[in-house]
Ligand binder design. Structure first.
Ligand SMILES: [Zn+2]
Length: 217
């Protein structure tokens, strides 16, 4: 098993252009980094989770091209241009820039911070792969801001994921070398772990909390 793609037709909700794009049908991975970046087998799917309009550059998940969220809070071409013109956007590796744009548009639409944080997180994985540590840090800071919000505002989509997202916030702080916040967030995983199926999160939180105390990143 390795990454499988599928070609699909899209209609851009911003500029009305019709186009076709590859989307990810399935992935497989073996292992993952401690912030859940999967070690994909086969072709890297990260550049293909998002779809981008070749004309106006609108960029989002495939479902967003038809979702009702869009008409409630519409995106304009001027917004897209303004985000892409930001100094940070211009510095990012190409595929990380797409995650950044999609996240900023989600922010404009006031979407769930959990999804916003996940977009920035995926963007940070692209930067790691490109060995651009500076860009990775920028996106990790944004990812942790929104993932933290999603825990604090209880907008984590599946409540079972709460210990996992809490751990992830701690791990992102650790990677950003904020020892005190990492310690605090790793420390709150235990009280959230409800059953034995989630023991692995607790084990992982303990392991990374130890790294946070005794090792340099
Ligand atoms: Zn378009």
């Amino acid at each position: 098993m390795s990454t499988r793609f599928q070609e699909k037709s899209f209609h851009c909700p911003v500029c009305a252009r019709d186009f076709r794009a590859l989307i990810v049908e399935s992935v497989s991975h073996q292992g993952q980094d401690s912030d859940f970046y999967p070690h994909y087998i086969g072709e890297d799917p990260l550049p293909y989770f998002l779809v981008q309009c070749p004309d106006c550059q609108y960029c989002a998940y495939p479902d967003d091209f038809t979702s009702s969220e869009f008409s409630q809070r519409p995106i304009t071409q001027a917004m897209i241009r303004s985000i892409l013109g930001q100094p940070l956007a211009r510095k990012l590796p190409r595929h990380a820039q797409r995650y950044y744009l999609a996240a900023k548009l989600y922010e404009a639409q006031k979407r769930n911070p959990y999804y916003i944080g996940n977009l920035y997180l995926r963007g940070s994985w692209v930067c790691r792969q490109e060995e651009d540590r500076k860009a990775e840090i920028e996106l990790q800071q944004l990812a942790v801001k929104f993932l933290r919000q999603s825990v604090e505002m209880s907008t984590v989509v599946n409540p079972d994921n709460l210990p996992v997202v809490t751990y992830l916030v701690g791990e992102l702080y650790r990677r950003l070398e904020d020892k005190a916040l990492a310690r605090e967030w790793f420390g709150s995983v235990e009280e959230l772990v409800a059953d034995t199926e989630q023991q692995w999160v607790l084990e992982l939180a303990k392991k990374q909390a130890e790294l946070n105390e005794y090792f340099l990143n």
